[in-house]
Design a protein around this ligand. Structure first.
Ligand code: ATP
Ligand code: MG
Length: 317
């Protein structure tokens, strides 16, 4: 429930930026540059800051995972580069402040923040699945389709789909689950042409990313993208984070075995611990989630770092 979400109050004061929004993981800032006449030298931009916050089962957990915000930002930046010829993205600069209030990335959040074109975001979570699991599996079991896309019989948890499918969701209110919707429902919200373009771009991003991940021994089972309109150019632009362990299911390819839950490069340890007797917590209850033990935090941190290193082939510096 929203009451137990314990939403962040710790979004920092950053010189040159005014805090406007905090999601579960990211904090958004607008320029606050009176000395530039309120006009940011880089144009109509926002500062997107990824925190170390971790959530599971729609609860914000304590403590955070050290370096998680940096992993999310650096991995997103790497993917935006890999995808540059597939879709335009919102990144403008990651340059760090020279003088406080110069409109660049404040040193306090260097490494986990990006200056981005401000987009008018579409109210659609653009999900693509190459494999069946999670809410897709639940829907499939109930009606042999996901978001209205019919699928063959006999699929199990972790099955590879005949081809990747676009399975959009609507963004839920804080503390609620996102809700799977059909392509027609998306079209009713954003129009037929935009809906078709979002599906096309989402599938194109998946095709490229799935191939890159596979070359590195990682299965990209599914991922969620967020697009918006760049009000300056009018172009549909990829925003938010991309292809991180928070927005995607990455599975070690050598351990893939349909018919069971797959090991994955994300907050699996957090979920496993929370649902184990050791946590003493019932996720169906209204009780606040318990504090994560040190070893769960450490192993989760290792998992995020390993995802970054396996995919990019470099260490996080
Ligand atoms: P969830 O935890 O389900 O992802 P959320 O998306 O509200 O919830 P965050 O991802 O933490 O939370 O917050 C990032 C927010 O910033 C999102 O609302 C996203 O749509 C928005 N956003 C990302 N990039 C841009 C951009 N370039 N311009 C405007 N808004 C953006
Ligand atoms: Mg988000």
């Amino acid at each position: 429930s929203a009451a137990s979400l314990n939403m962040p109050a710790e979004s920092a004061e950053l010189p040159g930026w005014r805090h406007v929004y905090s999601g579960k993981v990211r904090d958004l800032y607008e320029p606050d540059l009176p000395s530039y006449g309120g006009v940011h030298p880089l144009g109509d931009v926002v500062l997107v800051v990824a925190s170390d916050r971790v959530s599971a089962y729609d609860h914000l957990l304590r403590p955070g995972i050290p370096d998680k915000g940096t992993v999310l930002t650096q991995l997103s930046l790497w993917w935006f580069d890999q995808l540059a010829d597939v879709v335009p993205n919102h990144v403008v600069s990651t340059d760090v402040t020279v003088e406080p209030g110069d409109g660049l990335v404040p040193s306090d959040v260097a490494g986990r923040a990006m200056i981005c074109r401000r987009l008018d975001m579409f109210p659609v979570e653009c999900v693509v699945r190459g494999y069946l699991t999670g809410s897709g599996l639940v829907e499939y079991r109930a009606g042999q389709n996901v978001c209205g896309v019919p699928l063959p019989s006999g699929l199990v948890d972790g099955s590879r789909l005949p081809e990747p499918i676009f399975t959009p969701a609507t963004k839920a209110e804080l503390g609620d689950h996102d809700e799977n919707v059909t392509f027609e429902q998306v079209a009713a919200t954003v129009g037929d042409d935009v809906a078709a373009r979002l599906r096309e771009l989402t599938l194109a991003v998946y095709a490229r990313a799935e191939q890159i991940a596979r070359e590195r021994g990682v299965i990209l089972a599914d991922t969620k993208l967020e697009f918006g309109i760049d009000p300056t150019s009018g172009a549909i632009t990829l925003g938010d984070e991309v292809l991180t362990p928070d927005s995607s299911r990455f599975w070690p390819a050598d351990l893939w075995e349909p018919g069971r839950a797959q090991p994955s490069f994300d907050k699996q340890y957090v979920r496993d611990w929370l649902t184990s007797p050791a946590s003493g917590w019932d996720k169906a209850s209204d009780a606040p989630a318990p504090t994560l033990p040190d070893d769960v935090v450490d192993r989760t941190r290792d998992r995020y770092l390993e995802a970054y290193e396996r995919l990019t082939g470099s260490r996080l510096s």
